[in-house]
Design a protein around this ligand. Sequence first.
Ligand code: PLP
Length: 208
Amino acid sequence: LKSPIGQMYHQFYGENMLRADVCNSVEELGQLLDHDGAIGASERNAARIFNADHCFFVTNGTSTSNKMVWHHTVAPGDVVVVDRNCHKSILHSIIMTGAVPVFLRPTRNNFGIIGPIPRGEFEIDAIKAKIRANPLLAGVDPDTVKPRIMTLTQSTYDGVLYNTEVIKDVLDGYVDNLHFDEAWLPHASFHPFYSNFHAMGRSRERPK
Ligand SMILES: Cc1ncc(COP(=O)(O)O)c(C=O)c1O
């Protein structure tokens, strides 16, 4: 309160907001890192609601969530299969992990609007052809490559959705991890309209 900017901050938010800003040393609230207390119970409930085996809350948004997925799965030099129309956090993930990307290319119309990635782009032979053509993988036999992750924007900004079961069928056993960036699609769990057009639904077959 001894500086002008501090005074402005205090006047804008008020005393109560600043007093309510408690840290995670308040045991009753639980711990994001230990998954206990109210936070742990809430994570387990969210896992149930979203049909997940596990759910871990992240305080830094979808960008950080995406990077956590990648830091957990991808090592330098790994070949990764990436939606060319992905969020920049995925491009950051490629840079940070030192992965070698092959891109799935969506269609684009005369107005510049980005459409879906054609079904054929997901075929294993099409991905192998991209690996063969990639200058960063010169001399590498595509048959010896096992892509580490495939990341797909599931609901694009224009509302394009993919049938995740079809994609699982095509890539199961070939790509280690299927990562659907559903930043725009949490509501899909709550209406039958979305059926298989989101990653984790009820009564889905487990991938290999
Ligand atoms: C598809 C997609 N992924 C990731 C993000 C990043 O989300 P955040 O802003 O929460 O980091 C966005 C944000 O708009 C997004 O649209």
